[in-house]
Ligand binder design. Sequence first.
Ligand SMILES: [Zn+2]
Ligand SMILES: [Zn+2]
Length: 196
Amino acid sequence: MKQVNKAVIPLELTGLGSAEGDSKTWQLKVTLPTAIGTVDMTVPAGKTLDLQVLAVAISEGVSLSVSGAARAEGFCVRCLQPVDKSFDFSLSRVYYYPEELAHLLNEVSGDSNVYADLDEAYQVQPDSRVDLEPLLIDAIVPQIPYSVLCSPDCPGLCPDCGIMLARAEAGHHHEKIDPRWSALVDLVKEQGKKDE
Ligand SMILES: [Zn+2]
Ligand SMILES: [Zn+2]
């Protein structure tokens, strides 16, 4: 079972009944202590998200659903200009009571796939809190596009001088002899001498 660390974004489940089917909703404002995202785009640390949270008591723990909207910031993968992308997210996951999880892990110990999944499962903390951060990460990261362009036809940067081609004069290019060609020219000359 995963070590339960101190909740990064704690939610106290106070007021949620423990009978199966008991539910409670929250409207929360949550400030992200650390950025959530991919290498290229993140919802930055310090951003405040408006969240709707629904908790439903089940026998093994609490089923938690979170939904909201966020904006990821990053850079165009071609021209490196800042870009941002707004999106909605929502996800439901079960937070297990630690003793229930231990029991379940014991039951499925023969099935390594199920065991591995459960072993990573979220847990309700002993003080009746849950950590919303892993749920938010799992909800947000898949919504962030893998590679983002400032516009669908972004021409990128000039490979020679680094200027943004979108802002350069039409037909921007550099006159030059490709060093690979000049080497080839020398080779052909060399070959010509041998053949003589
Ligand atoms: Zn671009
Ligand atoms: Zn150039």
